[in-house]
Design a protein around this ligand. Structure first.
Ligand SMILES: Nc1nc2c(c(=O)[nH]1)N(C=O)[C@@H](CNc1ccc(C(=O)N[C@@H](CCC(=O)O)C(=O)O)cc1)CN2
Ligand SMILES: Nc1ncnc2c1ncn2[C@@H]1O[C@H](COP(=O)(O)OP(=O)(O)OP(=O)(O)O)[C@@H](O)[C@H]1O
Length: 189
């Protein structure tokens, strides 16, 4: 099977599994992930955190968002423009977002564009492998963003079922520095 068909197959399988999760599974897994990330120096030293607005069974960034607010860090979230993604600073998930690309809440364009090139960037994903290869929705938004903004430290969040033995990789893939799950931290070699 070619690489893209293989990716499609893995994506389909993981998304199917994701739809069967309970709120409680997502909540407890996301809590364990948040505890790990919040204890890391890379979080504690970050002046800003670029997060994603989780939906449809993705690992939740809520606790990290709340901690970052308390810790007086700047917080930014992505908005899709054509093939690209721009981050905007937000103060509140309740007030600063509106429904956007595929109904994912996105920051309003009246907000200031984020300019913190060394912010800690939290990466969403559909699947990962122990070498930190990442499978997304197949549109390449994070690969393109990270190849244009290479200075961010990056941490991907995943529940354990999202880790597969091997995700086929492409030369343009930009791997996150770490993949954090409720039970493990993966770092590529
Ligand atoms: N929470 C979150 N925000 C994000 C991303 C993400 O992965 N997660 N993105 C990362 O790139 C960007 C948006 N990328 C997306 C790319 C494709 C689809 C998409 O095709 N969705 C379809 C099919 C998914 C499915 O089969 O479930 C859909 O929602 O119907 C959605 C988002 C920016 N914001
Ligand atoms: N740096 C880049 N410059 C231009 N195109 C790119 C770049 N990175 C990825 N792409 C394009 O994006 C498409 C999707 O890539 P890939 O299958 O790796 O997506 P994905 O990582 O699963 O999805 P996503 O990043 O949206 O969550 C590819 O067809 C590729 O051509």
């Amino acid at each position: 099977m070619d690489k893209n068909s293989k990716k499609k197959e893995i994506r389909k399988e993981i998304l199917k599994h994701r739809r069967s999760l309970t709120e409680e599974e997502i909540r407890s897994g996301s809590h364990a992930i948040a505890e790990k990330i919040l204890s890391m120096e890379v979080y504690q030293k970050a002046e800003a955190v670029y997060l994603y607005i989780d939906c449809k069974g993705e690992a939740s960034v809520r606790e990290i968002y709340e901690a970052a607010l308390r810790d007086d860090k700047r917080i930014a979230a992505p908005r899709v423009h054509g093939e690209d993604m721009t981050f905007y600073y937000i103060h509140s998930m309740e007030e600063d977002l509106e429904p956007g690309y595929f109904a994912i809440p996105e920051p309003k364009t009246s907000l200031p564009e984020a300019t913190d090139e060394t912010a800690l960037l939290l990466v969403p994903g559909v699947g990962f492998d122990p070498e930190c290869h990442r499978l997304g929705y197949g549109k390449g938004f994070y690969d393109r963003y990270l190849s244009a903004h290479p200075k961010h430290p990056t941490i991907a969040l995943a529940l354990d079922f999202q880790i597969k033995e091997e995700i086929p990789s492409d030369t343009f893939d930009v791997l996150p520095d770490l993949v954090v799950t409720p039970t493990k931290v993966y770092r590529h070699s």
